[in-house]
Design a protein around this ligand. Sequence first.
Ligand code: SF4
Length: 374
Amino acid sequence: MPGLYFHIPFCHRACTYCDFHFSTSKQRDPVLDAMELELLRRSREVGDAPMGTIYFGGGTPSLLAPERIAAFIQQARDLFRVERDAEITLEANPDDITAERLHAWQAAGITRMSLGTQSFHDERLAWMGRAHDARQAMESIGLIARAGFATWTIDLIYGLPGMTLAEWDEQLTIALDHGMPHLSAYCLTVEARTALAHQVKTGVTHMPEDEDQSAQFDRLMERMDRAGLDHYEISNFGRPGHYSRHNTSYWEGVPYIGVGPSAHSFNGVVRRWNVANNAVYTKALRDGSAYWESETLTPVQRTNERLMTGLRTARGVDIAKLEVDALSINSSAVQRHVSNGSMSIQDGRLVLSRAGRHFADRIASDLFVTDDDR
Ligand code: SF4
């Protein structure tokens, strides 16, 4: 069942570590109008297939007026066969949350809120360059929990410079005390061309050792396990019935349409990505010129993508669906990872153990195939 992704390319301010595409401009309407045009022009791509999920990501979708979100959802319903029980997610930041706005988003059709909490620590939030403080983080969770959405989730970041295991434990305790049904927890990484990359390069900030980040990942897995949240993807934990349907489809290679500057799309064979520039995107849609690039994935590329995304999930990789026999080609690597307890083969699926999850990307790359292998 295909999905629909809207990339809302605006933020209140730039976070220290962020390399997503966004602008802090207040000139938003021309870009949003162009997105409506893009959706209209691409409406035939899905055909009559029912649409199971819609996801508003960014950027910061919650800084738009709720009426804009409602208009996008209505347009999607007019153009596609959106399922009655479709999961419709809105990413939101704590400083945008009020009871009135939650009510308006709900009335617009949002069923799942994804809150960019990141930390419950004022100094950490200031260092990250976030627009909210710890009090807003906690109050917004309370408002969301009481608002009656079908489900909701929060994001937290660990592996921060100087973060101790005790500090991370405290963050997890605060999160669990708020009763969240789902958590996305990301280890801080240094992305090129970010303020953080500059700080690290100039010695202003020192990133933690791998062992410290690894110990925090272990603690995260232990705490979520004890609290009854399933570890269904490397960075995602959810109670049964509260997994992200949109992201699960993405990890399983289900087609999706991505609308907006920098948004990616995939139809099962061709991957395409829109230009990551608001002005160029808007002008191209007005002029009717190209605003995207694309590539047709080869069987080798599709096999490697399945390994990369599948190994990150608890369900693992369906071996029968690999178009190239990566396991035979890399039999010694498979044997090594199975015998050292990082990986197992269960019911025709390749699944990582808890120990193996620390090295998911490295193990996947050990199993990659090349054109020469065929
Ligand atoms: S709010 Fe999100 S998208 Fe915007 S700058 Fe911060 S991390 Fe990036």
